[in-house]
Ligand binder design. Structure first.
Ligand SMILES: NC(=O)c1ccc[n+]([C@@H]2O[C@H](COP(=O)([O-])OP(=O)(O)OC[C@H]3O[C@@H](n4cnc5c(N)ncnc54)[C@H](O)[C@@H]3O)[C@@H](O)[C@H]2O)c1
Length: 374
């Protein structure tokens, strides 16, 4: 007989309310409670799903008997919510990005290990067979007939337009204090960065997954679009990496183009090249010159990876396994983001592994003001 997992969602805005609906429909899950600082959001979900509602996530985690929680709050809240969940023996599925800096990532990993609960990070595109196919092709690049040969470069673009309204709509008021923290998006303290940590974090996760280890990074970051004139964080980034496999990696990420070429990862080797495109670079292989002529390329597969991450997480809980995107894997994209920001701010090369020695990013805009101290 299959188990029923009792669960709750913390933060029920755009993404979190989507999770409530998904969990409600899932045959092995029973959503029992939701948390948000917005009373209005709680009221409508209580009426629709008959769930218990809490404005205080600590109270929810202490009172409810849960198998897991989904965290879909603003980025800076992922770590404190994870720690309290772990201390109450609740397995954690945290939305991407894992957190806003490496200190927070480490707090999450340590709390979950110490309390023996699972920690999964919401990178749904990581489950795409397209990326696994690309990773295998890069890993086995040299030696075989039809191989790519020695990898020279891997180029990734992540373009996700965001309007002024997108940033203005993310306001929140804490009902306990009545204090508005303003827009959580577009601010170092609450979002952690801009395009890098919110939208392109999926591309960065895909990039680090297929490329393998990265030795060093050199980057530029700016806020370019006039639509983004009031945000603190970057909207356009170019980063160049030296890869452990010997080649180079190049990334362009921006939220400034109303119309743009699609997202892609292109891998060039001495014998041929491959290109994955669509969505967050994870939907289909557009070209694979290893076994075919260039003109013959076709889409080999497409699956919707969205559900696989939840099923993988439930299996991890029931069979006591690590989730596919566990804490250490989720941490890698934050390490790369922090290295990119540091490089842009100091104007030089940054080696990995990174010593991320600042508790929170400062409030300086990387383009218009003095660089934050690392
Ligand atoms: N995996 C994906 O593709 C994907 C897509 C969209 C969003 N997300 C992630 O989901 C998270 C939420 O994003 P969103 O777009 O839904 O934002 P949102 O602003 O629509 O929702 C955030 C919610 O959290 C609530 N909140 C704020 N502080 C809180 C607190 N202290 N306690 C409880 N609730 C609090 C807000 O009131 C709001 O309802 C982010 O981490 C985002 O990156 C992931």
């Amino acid at each position: 007989m299959s188990k029923t997992y009792k669960c709750a969602v913390l933060g029920v805005g755009g993404r979190g309310s989507g999770w409530v609906s998904k969990l409600h429909k899932h045959k092995e899950c029973e959503i029992v409670a939701v948390n948000d600082i917005s009373e209005n959001r709680l009221k409508s979900l209580k009426e629709k799903y008959k769930v218990n509602t809490y404005t205080d996530y600590t109270e929810l985690l202490e009172k409810e008997s849960l198998d897991f929680c989904v965290i879909a709050s603003p980025h800076y809240m992922h770590a404190p919510m994870t720690v309290v969940a772990a201390e109450n023996d609740v397995n954690v599925f945290s939305e991407k990005p894992m957190a806003i800096n490496l200190q927070q990532c480490d707090e999450m990993i340590i709390a979950c290990r110490k309390n023996d609960v699972k920690l999964a990070i919401g990178f749904q595109h990581h489950y795409s067979p397209t990326l696994a196919y690309l990773k295998d092709a890069i890993a086995g690049a040299e030696g075989e007939l039809g191989s790519l040969g020695r990898i020279t470069d891997i180029i990734m673009t992540g373009r996700h337009y965001r309007s002024e309204m997108y940033y203005l709509m993310s306001s929140q008021v804490d009902p306990k204090t009545g204090v508005s923290s303003g827009q959580w998006r577009g601010r170092w303290q609450t979002e952690g960065a801009g395009i890098l940590i919110n939208q392109a974090v999926h591309n960065i996760d895909a990039f680090q997954y297929v490329c393998g280890d990265i030795r060093s990074v050199q980057a530029y970051a700016k806020t370019i679009s006039w639509e983004h004139k009031f945000i603190e964080v970057e909207d356009t980034v170019v980063a160049c990496c030296e890869l452990e496999n010997g080649g180079f990696g190049n990334m362009i990420m921006t939220s400034s183009n109303k119309k743009a070429d699609k997202n892609s990862i292109t891998v060039h080797g001495t014998n041929g090249y491959m290109r994955a495109a669509g969505g967050f670079c994870a939907n289909f292989i557009e070209m694979d010159t290893r076994y075919k002529n260039e003109e013959d390329y076709e889409v080999p597969f497409y699956t919707d990876p969205k559900w696989n991450q939840l099923d993988n997480f439930l299996i991890a809980i029931s069979e006591d396994k690590e989730p596919f995107v566990h804490g250490e894997e989720g941490r890698k994209s934050i390490e790369l983001i922090r290295a990119i920001l540091k490089s842009a701010q100091i104007g030089g090369k940054v080696q990995l592994p990174l010593v991320d020695n600042v508790a929170f990013p400062t409030l300086n805009n990387v383009n218009r003001r003095a660089p934050p101290e690392f």
